[in-house]
Design a protein around this ligand. Structure first.
Ligand SMILES: C[S@@+](CC[C@H](N)C(=O)[O-])C[C@H]1O[C@@H](n2cnc3c(N)ncnc32)[C@H](O)[C@@H]1O
Length: 226
C-alpha cells in the first residue's frame, strides 16, 4: 500500500468493505491505498479544512472516490458507508465527531486516536459498538488502532473479567494478550510517571492503574522488580 506509514498500514489492513468513509482524510493516502489494493470499491474522503480537502481531491483524482468539504459526519448520509475510519486526532475529538450524528455512524469502525483512547472506548461502550481488535504500533507516538463493530445485542465481551478502569485506559484486548511490546510500553510510562515529584490527579490515576496492572501481570516476572 503506497505512501502509508506503519500506523496507517495497520489501519488499512483492518478495513475491507464496499464503501468506506475516512473522516479527516488530509492527504487522502488512506483512501487511495484502500482503493488501489482493492480493499474497498468506493471511498468517501471528508475534510473540514480547505487545504487538506484540496490535497485529498488531488490524491484521489481519477479514482472511485468522493471528496467532501464538511465537518465530520455532516458530510455522510445515513447508511451511505459500510465502514469508517478516523485517524490521527485526539480521542475526545473522535468521540465528539461520532456523537454528533449517531444515526450516520456505519456498522464497522477503525479509530486511531493519537491520545486519550479511553474517550473512544467510552463512546463505544455507551453507543452499542463492541471492541473487536486492538493493535499497538510504535512510531512517533505509541499508537492504538481500535476496531469496533455495531452490536446492540449484549454487553461488550471485551470487558468481561478485566478491570474496567484499566481496560478503558490501556485496552482490554491488549491487556489480555499481554505482548512483550505492550508490557514494555506500560513499564516505560510507569517509570516516567513514577519519577515525577508532583503529579496531577490524572497522572496519579494512570500511575495507580499501571502499578496494579504490572503487579498482577500474567505468568512472567513482575515488571516492577527491575
Ligand atoms: C492530523 S490530521 C490526520 C490525517 C490523517 N487522517 C492521518 O491519520 O494521517 C487530522 C485531519 O483531520 C481534519 N479534521 C479535524 N477535525 C475534523 C472534522 N470535524 N471533520 C473533518 N475533518 C477534520 C484536519 O483538518 C486534518 O486534516
Amino acid at each position: 500500500m503506497p505512501k502509508l506509514d506503519d500506523r496507517l498500514k495497520a489501519v488499512a489492513v483492518q478495513i475491507r468493505s464496499s464503501v468506506h468513509a475516512d473522516i479527516g482524510s488530509d492527504h487522502g493516502h488512506l483512501i487511495k491505498a484502500l482503493l488501489t489494493a482493492g480493499r474497498i470499491q468506493r471511498g468517501i474522503a471528508i475534510e473540514v479544512n480547505q487545504r487538506p480537502f484540496e490535497n485529498s481531491r488531488s490524491t484521489l483524482t481519477g479514482l472511485n472516490a468522493d471528496v467532501r468539504l464538511a465537518d465530520g459526519l455532516a458530510g455522510l448520509n445515513p447508511g451511505e458507508a459500510d465502514s469508517l475510519s478516523i485517524c490521527g486526532m485526539g480521542g475526545e475529538l473522535i468521540a465528539r465527531i461520532l456523537q454528533s450524528y449517531p444515526d450516520r455512524v456505519p456498522p464497522d469502525l477503525v479509530l486511531q486516536p493519537n491520545r486519550c483512547p479511553e474517550a473512544v472506548r467510552r463512546w463505544a461502550l455507551g453507543s452499542g459498538y463492541h471492541l473487536v481488535d486492538e493493535q499497538l504500533v510504535i512510531g512517533r507516538l505509541r499508537y492504538q488502532i481500535l476496531r469496533f463493530q455495531r452490536n446492540h445485542a449484549c454487553p461488550d465481551p471485551a470487558y468481561a473479567s478485566v478491570d474496567r478502569d484499566a481496560a478503558l485506559l490501556f485496552g482490554p484486548l491488549l491487556i489480555r494478550r499481554w505482548e512483550p511490546q505492550f508490557r514494555d510500553v506500560l513499564l516505560d510510562e510507569y517509570r516516567y510517571l513514577n519519577d515525577f515529584d508532583r503529579r496531577t490527579n490524572e497522572s496519579q490515576h494512570r500511575l495507580d492503574a499501571l502499578a496494579n496492572l504490572l503487579q498482577s501481570e500474567p505468568p512472567h516476572s513482575n515488571g516492577l522488580d527491575g
